[in-house]
Design a protein around this ligand. Sequence first.
Ligand code: SF4
Ligand code: SF4
Ligand code: FES
Length: 390
Amino acid sequence: MAEYTIKVRRFLPESGEGPFWEEFGVELDPSLSVLDGLLQAKDRDDGSLAVRCSCRAAICGSCGMKINGQSGLGCKTQIGEAQELADKKASALGEAVENVPIVIEPMGNMPVIKDLVTDMESTHWTKIRRVTPWLLPHGEAPEREYIVEPESMIDITQSMACIQCGACVSSCLSMEADPDFIGPAALAKAYRFVGDPRDAETVERLHDLANDPHGIYDCTHCFSCVDACPKDVAPMDQIMRLRRRAGEEGIEDPNSGHDHEIAFVKIIEKKGTLDEAMLVQESYAPGLKGKLKPSKRGLIETIKSLPTIIRALRRRKVGPMKAIPGTHHKLPGDAMNDVRAIYKHAEEHNEEFNLYIKGDEGELAEIEAEEAREDAAEATATPSEETPNG
Ligand code: SF4
Ligand code: SF4
Ligand code: FES
C-alpha cells in the first residue's frame, strides 16, 4: 500500500460556479489504477465526485480522462506509474519532488457535463456518424453472410480494435485549432470501411473525406492520438492510409493536401531534412530542382502564409535563414546516402514509414516543461475567462 494525492479538476453545474481543483488522499497498491483511486475518493470522501466507468478492464471505453495532462483510460493507468510521471514533470519544472499530486482532468476537445464526465455525443459520436460507419455493399445481399478471404481483412483489424473511448479526440491538436475537424477516432472508423473488401462505395467515401476542408488533410501528423490510444489503433496511421488511397485514386482536394504530402517526400528525398520554406510553393506548383513553375495560387498561398512565418520567427521556432526558400542545406554525403537507401528500400518493398523520433523521457519532460512555461507566459499576457472546457 502507498499513499497518493490526486488533484481532480471538478465542475458542478448545479452550483452555478466555475471549475475548481480539489485534492483527495488515497491509499492503494501502486499496481492498482487511477480509476481505483478516484472510486476510493468517491467512496470515502465525496459521493458527488462524478466519473464514468463500467468494465474497469480497458474494454468498454467509458473512463477516458487526462492524467498528468496525458489523455488515456483511468482504468488502464497504474497509479504508481502516474505518480512517477507526476514526479518527473515536477522535477523538470525545477519543483520539489515531494507530495506531488497526480493531476486528473476531464477529456479535452469536448464539453464537460460534470467533473470528469464529458459530453461524448456532441463531438465524438456526431463525428463518428459523419463518416457513415456501416458497410455500403452493392448488389443482392447474399443468402447468408458475405464471404471474404481472411487475409483481405488484416489491413483493417487495427482500426477494428477501437473501443470508442475518445482519448485520441481529447488529445488531438488539430481539433483544438479546428473543432470541426472530423478527428482521429471517426477517421480511423472511416478507414475500417474504406479498407473493407465488401464495401462498394470506397471511392465515394474517399472523395467525401478528401474534399471536406475538415477531413483527412486537416490532420497535422502530430502523433498525439497514437500516444493516447489505449488499444494501439494508431488513428494517425489510419488517416495516412486514407490519404494514400485518395492519392492512388487521383483525387484532387481543394487544399492541395495530397500535393503537400508529396512535397514533403520530395524535399526530404532531395535534401535529407525538411526545407520548410520550400513547402508552400512546392505544394501548389510542384517541381523541384530549378523546375519550379511559380503559379498564381502558389504565390497567393505564400503571401497568406507570411503571418505564420512571422509568428514562428518571433517565437524562435525557426531562424531567419530557414524562412528563406532554397537556403536550407543538404545533409552531408554519407547521411544523404542513408536517406536515399531508406527511400530505395521503401520503394522496393512498398512499405509505409512513420518515423517517430523521440528523445529519452527526461528530454521529453523538459520540452513539455518548456512549452508549459511558454503557454503560462502567453496566458498571463492575454488573460481569458476560464470555461468548463478549460
Ligand atoms: S496525428 Fe492528426 S489526428 Fe492524430 S492527434 Fe495529431 S492532428 Fe489529431
Ligand atoms: S482510436 Fe483509440 S483512443 Fe481513439 S477512440 Fe478508438 S480506442 Fe479510443
Ligand atoms: S472502465 Fe471500461 S475502459 Fe475503463
